[in-house]
Design a protein. Sequence first.
Length: 311
Amino acid sequence: MGKMKVAILGSGNIGTDLLIKIMRSRYLECGLFIGRNLSSPGMTKANMLGVRISDRSIDAIADDPDICDLVFDATSARDHHRHWPVLESLGKVVIDMTPAQVGAMCVPAINLNESLSHQNINMVTCGGQASIPMAHLIGQHHEEVEYIEVVSSIASRSAGPATRINLDEYIETTEKGIRAFSGCREAKAILILNPAQPCVDMQTTIFAKVAHPDIEGLRRTVNEMVKRIQHYVPDYQLIVPPVLEDGRIVITVKVQGLGDYLPRFAGNLDIINCAAIAAAEAYAKEMLKNAGFGTQGERYEENIDKRSYLA
């Protein structure tokens, strides 16, 4: 069975962790790993793994378009605005790991198959991937959602330069995603960088203000949603089920990573990478199906194969 060729733009922690996950995939093959410094840790790791590397940024793809069908952009929101016109003109499918808000927002547990019709999909943010499924359910259970607030606490060590540069975009994109998937009138996102040692796991709490809370109904569907997310993020955990506190719905989740390239406490980075791999594999299955490779393009939600990219 063939594999879909992909390229990774960005050789930092997120890009390097994506590479490890791709190398384990039954559907994806990394044709090019791209950064700006050939001696960086990520580039060194890719070279040791026998993956072709380049320090020529977007030009590496523009000069050799056949190197890939899909591109992961793991750079920055500012850089993605520069990369996208080039990749669009080349006809590349793009999975944007930055909060650039260029493509259609994708949260695999909610709208994966719908996202496959878009050439550019945006993985929102780590806080968005953790909280939006819960916010979505709150919106489904209540006719009117006045306000949703999402507070994510992550280890300071897991927030690299790109994360810190994009903090404003993180807040804006997370809030936009919460409103879009829940239908709430107002949304607020808060990110806390916790310097504690040992490093804390990612923890996200969702607060919602609604007129007539349906706690029992919400609890049933929240448990189903957690299981759905665990198909691609195995250590996504519900630690506070829906409760009513001071007139607000409160839900808390915790995320640990797979420990591929990133430490396990960096669940905030791992959740967005796992979501991106799920999206890329869904694209690959569609491509293989259209190329005559049998039933690999079956609906992702109905035929999830965890062995494709999970340890």
